[in-house]
Design a binder for this molecule. Structure first.
Ligand code: 0GY
Length: 296
């Protein structure tokens, strides 16, 4: 497949072309702790095994957005469309210098030397993905092996799964060493309401395991009601109010796989005021927590 065809093949919406300037002035040193870079494909081709083809969204666009929104730093998370080829993410981290960190996808064959090279580029974590529409299943032993290998580097682990899979995954999550960051609060089904046992189980998991953090991200993915995503607010508040030292926030730019609605990233920043209601919570969510996890 030629690169041109790949881009023409993009099967999800392009990111917002001109996001608003947020009214919420972010605290000094704020970190966008969940975002991606895609391609550009002529330089960094997409993985043959990918489940979707994104539009190109390279590092220059990401850094432009960072500055426009008022963030100081990015944590660039490897997305499935690039598979285990972490070059685009690492290139962006290197270009940003100390202003970006990365989270990689690797296989059990990864060597200590390769991990050291990633560490030098700014990588500080790996991502384990369990979302069936995004990846083919990886045996748990492989993840355990990777988790053991990264301990020498002090990295953390990002896990992505959907609410329905939590019960089955729980014993495995408890086995993982170090800090575990759950993407998008484990993707609760917000139509079931904040008091549904599925979400209570997620809260309980965090209560019982102090090494488990979460990202209070992606209202545009979790909403059922649509903009302005008010139906997701109670979920975020339930987490931020209980675990203010273990939460992260990010734009999720360029919003992979959004097929019918593309959020305005400036409006997403304003939404933070609804989910972290005190200046202290916002300082922890946007600065102290990500700095402690990724820059310490
Ligand atoms: C996200 C969400 C998604 C995709 C990926 O790696 C990915 O492809 O993370 C999704 O489709 O829900 O976290 O960006």
């Amino acid at each position: 497949m030629s690169d041109d065809v790949q881009v023409m093949d993009a099967d999800w919406l392009a990111f917002h072309p001109n996001p608003k300037k947020p009214e919420f002035v972010l605290p000094e040193g704020a970190v966008d702790a969940h975002c991606h870079v895609f391609g550009p494909s002529p330089e960094f081709p997409y993985a043959p095994e990918r489940k979707y083809t994104p539009c190109n969204a390279g590092k220059d666009k990401l850094f432009e957005l960072r500055d426009h929104l008022g963030f100081s730093r990015n944590v660039i998370v490897q997305a499935t469309c690039h598979g285990k080829d972490n070059r685009a993410m690492m290139d962006a981290c290197r270009a940003a210098g100390d202003l970006a960190r990365g989270v990689a996808s690797v296989g059990a064959e990864i060597t200590r030397e390769e991990l050291a090279e990633m560490h030098a580029a700014g990588v500080r974590g790996v991502r384990f993905n369990f979302v069936k529409r995004l990846v083919d299943a990886t045996p748990r032993e492989v993840f355990i092996e990777i988790a053991e290998k990264i301990q020498a580097f002090g990295w953390s682990i990002v896990v992505y799964f959907e609410a329905a899979d939590l019960e089955e995954l729980k014993p495995f999550l408890k086995q993982l060493p170090g800090i575990i960051v759950v993407d998008h609060m484990g993707r609760p089904d917000v139509s079931k309401g904040v008091d549904h046992p599925d979400f209570s189980h997620f809260i309980k998991l965090m209560e019982e395991n102090e090494n488990i953090w979460t990202k209070v991200t992606c209202p545009e993915r979790l909403t059922v009601a649509g903009e302005p995503y008010d139906d997701v607010i109670p979920f975020y508040r339930a987490i931020v109010d209980r675990f203010e030292d273990r939460v992260l926030w990010g734009t999720d730019w360029p919003h992979p796989n959004m097929k019918s609605h593309m959020p305005d990233d400036g409006a997403l920043v304003d939404y933070i005021l609804k989910i972290a209601r005190t200046p202290e919570q916002r300082q922890k969510l946007l600065v102290d927590n990500p700095m402690r996890l990724y820059w310490a």
